[in-house]
Design a protein around this ligand. Structure first.
Ligand code: NAD
Length: 496
């Protein structure tokens, strides 16, 4: 059976280490093994990155950008293979994997403009014959730790910009679907990246802790669940590292009485059930304002859900695939059970989907739950499955209060025809990314991505302009070339 190893100093290798099963979620069978790096293996990757840094940081910015141009082209040429690797291990359908890859490539395109992004600031004559400028220098060795749900896109949020800025990188992808991430990183060598600049170590907590503790690692970007994000942020910053740690989510959509319900239903179907709800921006709660809107929403959602097809990743006619593991399937079903026990009404029940030929797969069908309340366990937790819960409220303010009280603040959306209501909503909602009749307001690559509250630990968002700031350190230089006519005497006053 294939073992997915590491990429260290330009060499693909698998050491004689612990391994873990990798599953095909549609069949429920073990398809590969993944190596779990030892402390020594991770330290070797850090050493390779450290050794590659001096030369890479001094490589002209145009040459660094040229690597990114070639990398983008290689990803496009290899798109089918990448989507197949994603589908086999994550379970998402090819068309969805292609969308993920495209959003990842957009981050490479942004990194291609790194020359413009690193231009810095210059002021002439800030004093007699004195000029000053600020420049943005790379940090050194930077680490990324990524989740299972976007094995291509989320790593691409991180290392293209980090590397384009002159850093070297060690990536620790999710051990649950490691193949596409490793394959993509391997293309950087073909794109002309020198060995050691990009390294990938597969592994678990041991690999992560080694990265967090090693003094050579200057900064850590993390994306994953909130409990781990908080641990990563606390540990990395206690060890003197810069850190951004993006966590979990519970994304609400307010459906106003004046909304175009047919449109809202179409948008909600994709945003709630696409990728089996395993997206940090998935809309998992619809907050319906007024019983009339709620009744119409429930009726039309239930009708819209009837034809949805859950199944295997390579069949493009499927709408969404299996969830990542058996354990996660049981957790999602457990949340549906608990909502029912606590008094909510399961309107469409996906607990026993019939997926012919894939009876052992980790499938959950699309599920719709009405009359959910904020005290329910299924409301308070991130379900991360194809489950849409509906909360009924009387006013928009009541709905907004519910959203603002939730511990997460990643994404949200309002469906309305009322511009005043939409403006009030976007002004006052305590959430990092807001959609107005846009269900998944994932910012484009030249804006930045991040949530509020316990959806993000740290000050800077992921990708976009914030990534340039995260992966560089400002240095301000004040310069004078003394001339013989302007020689100054000794002064003990503060220069002004
Ligand atoms: P996870 O937190 O289980 O794992 C993320 C990474 O952390 C993996 O590389 C994993 O190996 C590592 N890890 C796991 N347990 C660890 C531990 N005890 N110590 C150190 N490292 C550990 O997340 P997941 O299940 O892979 O991904 C799903 C979660 O990620 C969801 O909560 C989702 O909302 C979140 N997510 C958030 C965003 C965002 O931008 N906010 C984007 C994608 C996913």
């Amino acid at each position: 059976m294939t073992t997915i190893g590491h990429l260290i100093n330009g060499v693909n290798r698998s050491d004689n280490e612990r391994t873990q099963d990798v599953y095909n979620p549609a069949t429920g069978e073990v398809s590969k093994q993944v190596a779990l790096a030892s402390k020594e293996t991770v330290e070797e990757a850090i050493a390779a990155a450290q050794a590659a840094f001096p030369e890479w940081r001094n490589t002209p910015v145009g040459k660094r950008a040229a690597v990114m141009f070639r990398f983008k082209a290689l990803l496009e040429q290899n798109a089918d293979k990448i989507c197949e690797l994603i589908g086999d291990e994550h379970g998402k359908i090819c068309h969805d994997a292609a969308g993920e890859l495209q959003r990842g490539i957009e981050n490479i395109e942004y990194a291609c403009g790194v020359g413009e992004l690193l231009k810095g600031e210059h002021s002439k004559n800030v004093g007699p014959m004195i000029d000053a400028w600020s420049e943005f220098q790379p940090l050194g060795v930077v680490a990324g730790i990524t989740p299972f749900n976007f094995p291509a896109m989320v790593p691409l949020w991180m290392y293209p910009m980090a590397i384009a800025c002159g850093n070297t990188f060690v990536l620790k992808p999710s051990e649950r679907d490691p193949s596409s991430t490793l394959f993509i990183a391997g293309l950087l060598k073909e794109a002309g990246l020198p060995d050691g600049v990009m390294n990938v170590v597969n592994g678990d907590k041991l690999a992560v802790d080694t990265l967090l503790e090693d003094k050579r690692v200057q900064a850590v970007s993390f994306v994953g669940s909130t409990a781990i994000a908080e641990y990563i942020y606390t540990t990395a910053t206690a060890n003197g590292k810069r850190c951004q740690a993006l966590g979990g989510a519970k994304n609400h959509a307010i459906v106003m009485p004046d909304a175009d319900i047919d449109n809202a239903v179409n948008q909600l179907l994709g945003a709630a059930f696409g990728s089996s709800g395993e997206r940090c921006m998935a809309l998992s709660v619809a907050v319906a304002v007024g019983d009339q809107a709620a009744d119409e929403l429930i009726e039309k959602m239930a009708a819209g859900m009837k034809p949805l097809k859950v199944g295997e990743a390579s069949d493009e006619s499927n709408d969404f695939g299996a969830v990542i593991t058996r354990q996660h399937q049981e957790r999602v079903i457990g949340f549906i059970d608990s909502a029912e026990q606590e008094g909510a009404k399961v309107v469409v029940d996906g607990r026993n989907p019939d997926v012919k030929g894939y009876e052992n797969g980790f499938f959950v069908g699309a599920t719709l739950i009405d009359n959910v309340s904020t005290s329910m366990v299924s409301y308070q937790n991130e379900i991360f499955g194809p489950v849409l819960q509906v909360i009924r409220v009387k006013t928009m303010e009541e709905g907004m209060q519910i959203i603002n009280d939730h511990e997460y603040g990643n994404g949200t959306c309002i469906f309305t025809r009322d511009g005043e209501a939409a403006r009030y909503f976007s002004d006052n909602i305590k959430v990092g990314m807001v959609g107005i009749n846009v269900p998944l307001p994932v910012p484009v690559s030249y804006h930045s991505f991040g949530g509020w509250k316990r959806s993000l630990f740290g000050d800077l968002y992921a990708y976009g302009p914030d990534a340039v700031r995260f992966y560089t350190r400002r240095k301000t230089i004040t310069q004078r070339w003394p001339s013989s006519d302007l020689r100054e005497g000794v002064s003990f006053s503060f220069p002004s």
